[in-house]
Design a protein around this ligand. Sequence first.
Ligand code: ADP
Length: 396
Amino acid sequence: MPVLVINCGSSSIKYKLYGLGPEDLLAAGIIEGVGGERPRHLHATGDREFDTEVEVGDYRQGVAAIVNSLADWGSPPPIGDPAEIVAVGHRVVHGGDRFSESVVIDRSVIEEVESLGTLAPLHNPANLAGIRAARELLPEAVGVAVFDTAFFSTLPPHAYRYAIPEHWWRDFGVRRYGFHGISHRYLAERAARLLENSRPNLVTLHLGAGASACAIRDGKAVDTSMGMTPLEGLVMGTRSGDIDPAVVFHLMEAGLPASEIRRGLQREGGLLGLSGTSSDFRRVADRARAGDRAAALAVETFVHRVRRYLGAFLIQVAPCDGVIFSGGIGENSHEVRHLILSGLETLGLVVDPARNRGEGERRISADTGSVDIWVIPTDEESLIARDTARLVSHPR
Ligand code: ADP
């Protein structure tokens, strides 16, 4: 039964089409630059790849282009008719306090996701636009929402509450929600299989353009580096991560408008802010190797912040069964993994240099270490497809 997974970001739509199950990938692609000057549609199916400019002014047109491509592109195309798609799984960034697991989408779900838009103004409206487009274009298909916050519904209050006036929490929803939950849940479930331990204690590190750490005890999330928004925590491509909140008043009192401070923390901070040149880790690391001092500091600060959380989370999940690296940086940079893990042998974290330099999903710890260390490429779409297929077969 073909299941389409749609992930509407702030300017792109990523998608994957699955056949018999999450192992059976029929097509994958992305439309970049939705609503921009020259949107592109990249699409792969079988051994064919397509890369074309498309006229896509909004998410509805984007989803329409995707649905058409699935029935038109390839020899043969993966489906004969869009009506064959039985279900559409959507990534929804913010489920607030309301959604602790994936749900079949109906009108009330749409209204509730809409009302959470104030907490995720960049993301939830795009996710909703994708949901509405799919309901219109594939009216027979069941829609399922899979939330990036849901995995963190098991956080205890002492981990999700901030030490602020109580009514800020009650009246304005100010608390830690956590993000990247689909990825951390995928990593936790995959690690449970690989470690042959159904309820492992883990620290999962999703290190990509956005980056977050998660503490997992008995297979459930107990803490995360991301906060009320995806700005808290690790140093990211353009996001500052942790910062003293008094910096904001200091800058406001110095005359900076709120919009400029927001831009600085969200779009001009992180690796970009520190290096002054790029938000892309690979480029920053290349410049650091070539002797650029600011770039070297960006890498060092990134690593330092990850180690800070790793230490804090190892204590929360002790005795730790596994540390998991994922995301574009965590999966691909053996140097970063080496820097993050160096000198931690007394904590049971011992890296095998040859395994660390390898590729793909693998254990990289030495046999002498007491904590398993793994690289696991994340696969959020397969988890969305799995939840979607489950809810379609066994609706609640
Ligand atoms: P997103 O959060 O957009 O999904 P990714 O998980 O794809 O991001 O991660 C993108 C980051 O991964 C970029 O900073 C990129 O430079 C980094 N990256 C990709 N490949 C490598 C590599 N071989 N070495 C170091 N960093 C890498």
